[in-house]
Design a protein around this ligand. Structure first.
Ligand code: NDP
Length: 389
């Protein structure tokens, strides 16, 4: 991640900023309802992913039937075996590449709601950003919207997983004194992203894909559905130890694992200062699916976060709750960490108010994350050192 940090800093210039507190928000009553009803079939794309795995659980528990897109039969079989009790509420369609024209033509049939999470989340340099990041994100989003428009007029609500990466303006650095909300947009262009470093291009892929989705629904002939977008920052929380392996952790989980497996000798600089627990992100998707659409022209966009954080705070939590990891040199000692520079704040209050979210604390989220990763280590019979993102 240090490499990524450096790459972003190199791209956007020196960062400055201010630190602020994060506090979970209070719940509020009254979410207006959409046309989606329990028992409906909902399409969930990228169901094998970290975030989608939690969205799947939240949908099934809420009483929906879920049609999942995955890239292979093997992944479908694995997910099916985890949820035997929901056998009649699960279906699968293989979508090998979301960027292919018509990728979702079959998948969208028979559902009334869609949650589109599938998108590459990689921050390393992967060669051609257009092929590895920009096209799957942008074209993948347009493909699913076009398939709905052409093949399924019964879809009334679409929720797209966007990101804080789509909100954050990297050119402003740590932007001291600024509080990010849903009104902010990452202003990056396709051409700037095509040959930039991986982290910058990933942020661009999310921003450009989300903008493409909002532009799509502005056309009155787009179809019968309304759109909501969820913009989570770094998503942490427990991994599913049945499906995950330490050698193939998703990017944000690997971001925590390196702080507990000896990969980092010193607390690293924080790259993105906002976070959220994956179970709250999952609930945000379900609530957004169920929420009534906004009047014409109002973007139903949600910055889903309880607030800001730093890796120093995470290491402090690990040191307090899992002291053996610091004693063994697997977690960097937070007492030796550099001061966190001042930086921007974030405001997730709209998501609390409109989606009735009650965010988990960083401590709860970290304890559950670390416990699940320790369990995975035990299952795999060893601690894997030097995992980097
Ligand atoms: P994962 O890598 O765990 O999941 C990504 C999913 O997308 C996987 O199911 C993957 O399939 C699928 N996918 C990626 N590219 C393609 C493609 N070209 N064709 C078909 N399927 C594809 O990542 P996360 O769960 O962390 O991320 C899920 C979503 O949440 C993404 O949209 C990401 O941008 C967004 N997000 C995540 C954050 C985080 O911190 N985790 C923060 C903010 C937003 P397979 O596994 O088979 O490769």
């Amino acid at each position: 991640m240090e490499t990524v940090t450096k790459a972003v800093r190199d791209t956007v210039g020196a960062l400055t900023g201010s630190q602020t507190d994060s506090k979970p928000q209070q719940q509020s009553a009254g979410v207006a309802k959409s046309k989606i009803t329990k028992n409906d079939w909902i399409l969930l794309t990228g169901a094998s992913g970290f975030v989608a795995g939690h969205v799947l659980v939240a949908l099934l528990k809420a009483g929906y039937k879920v049609k999942c897109t995955v890239r292979s039969n093997e992944k479908a079989t694995k997910i099916r075996s985890l949820y035997r009790q929901y056998a009649s509420a699960l279906d699968f369609v293989i979508v090998k590449d979301i960027a292919e024209t018509g990728a979702f033509d079959e998948a969208v049939k028979g559902v009334t709601g869609v949650i589109h999470t599938a998108s590459p989340f990689v921050m390393e340099n992967t060669g051609d950003n257009r092929k590895t990041l920009l096209e799957p994100a942008i074209q993948g989003t347009l493909n699913i919207l076009n398939s709905i428009k052409t093949y399924n007029p019964d879809v009334s609500r679409v929720v797209v997983t966007s990101s804080f990466a789509s909100v954050l303006d990297l050119s402003k650095g740590d932007w001291v004194g600024h509080t990010y909300t849903e009104r902010d947009w990452n202003p990056v262009t396709y051409d700037e992203a095509a040959f930039a470093d991986g982290a910058f291009a990933y942020c661009a892929s999310k921003s450009l894909a989300e903008k493409a989705a909002w532009n799509f629904v502005k056309d009155p002939s787009h179809g019968n559905f309304s759109l909501a977008t969820i913009c989570p920052p770094m998503v942490y929380g427990p991994v599913d130890t049945e499906t995950m392996s330490l050698s193939a952790l998703n990017t944000s989980t690997a971001d925590i694992y390196r702080l507990m497996n000896g990969s980092e000798k010193k607390v690293p600089n924080t790259l993105f200062y906002a976070w959220v627990d994956v179970r709250d992100v999952a609930m945000a998707h379900v609530r957004a699916l169920e929420a009534a659409p906004k009047p014409n022209g109002v973007e139903d966009r949600f910055l889903t976060t309880p607030g800001v954080f730093s890796y120093k705070e995470i290491c402090e939590i690990i040191a307090r709750r899992f002291p053996h990891l610091v004693e063994a040199g697997l977690t960097p000692d937070p007492k030796e960490a550099d001061e966190v520079p001042p930086h921007y704040n974030v405001d997730g209050s709209k998501s609390v108010l409109e989606l009735q979210l009650a965010y988990k604390s960083l401590e709860t989220s970290m304890v559950d994350t670390v416990e699940s990763l320790l369990k995975l280590e035990k299952q795999e019979g060893k601690a894997q050192a030097n995992v980097t993102v």
